[in-house]
Design a protein around this ligand. Sequence first.
Ligand SMILES: Cc1cc2nc3c(=O)[nH]c(=O)nc-3n(C[C@H](O)[C@H](O)[C@H](O)COP(=O)(O)OP(=O)(O)OC[C@H]3O[C@@H](n4cnc5c(N)ncnc54)[C@H](O)[C@@H]3O)c2cc1C
Length: 292
Amino acid sequence: MSIGTRPGAEAAALAGPAVSAQTPRLFRVADRVQESPDTWTLRLVPGDGGVPVVAAPGQFTMLYAFGVGEVPLSVSSLPSEVPPLLHTVRAVGAVTEAICATRPGGMLGVRGPFGRGWPLDEIVGRDVLLVAGGLGLAPLRPVVQWILRRRDEVGRVALLVGSRTPADVLYHADLAELAARPDVQVLLTVDAADPGWKGRVGVVTALLPQARFDPARTVALTCGPEIMMRLTAQALVDAGIPAHRVHLSMERNMHCGVGHCGRCQLGPLLLCLDGPVCDYGRLGPLLLVREL
Ligand SMILES: Cc1cc2nc3c(=O)[nH]c(=O)nc-3n(C[C@H](O)[C@H](O)[C@H](O)COP(=O)(O)OP(=O)(O)OC[C@H]3O[C@@H](n4cnc5c(N)ncnc54)[C@H](O)[C@@H]3O)c2cc1C
């Protein structure tokens, strides 16, 4: 997916939103690309001609399909991309189906951005290990773009991607471009192959022994199904990465996005405010509590 640049926009994102994050705004679908049988990437531009949403990597918005409802969705672009708001959405229910069905020219409502994103300041000067399960690649995409723009400030970079089937692999063009680079290790696996698949088969955690990183100087970022993140995080801690340097994006159900409704509470954490990105040092004990 080719991208343009808006100088200074990342700094603006880190400084915070230009308008209140609770104010719903109209956005127009500028472009819609089918990634897989049930997943689309939408590029959104402000329908009111106003300022764009500037989200730091790992933050999310609340996207509203009129007359249907509102759901949390990770921002999959850097603020410096043009247009700067990209969402990759899997149609799993009423709202996500309505969002995915919105054609170019159609309007959606956007609130946000919300939440704490990936700890980019920790990445500088360290090895980075990114582990994505399925749609978990969506919130990791802007981190990859961020790293590529500062490649000489980061040590080794490994991206491990697990997908249900070859047809479900997201961002084909981006992954192919990345895999061709000598300074980024890309490992891809699928749970179930089809007859044309020549790559690896198995769960994403099985790729960890092949990943090139030094545990003593690595920051790990992971997103995917909760069980996959828990197993990945534990394996990385067992491999010697300190738990506070293993970060998970917790995509629990959220409703208000601003800490009022309590829907996303996990023990003492409100994941819409304290997350969605949290470190395994904090999350590990909570994830072991049944039904929390
Ligand atoms: C911070 C955050 C970021 C997210 N980012 C993305 C994203 O980038 N792309 C994307 O496609 N989805 C993302 N999700 C999940 C998305 O919000 C849900 O798929 C959506 O809320 C489902 O709503 P629905 O009305 O379409 O389906 P519903 O009818 O509400 O649900 C359909 C099915 O999806 C399950 N489901 C609902 N919410 C979630 C959830 N949060 N996680 C896992 N399963 C869920 C339900 O249990 C049900 O089985 C994110 C969720 C959070 C909390």
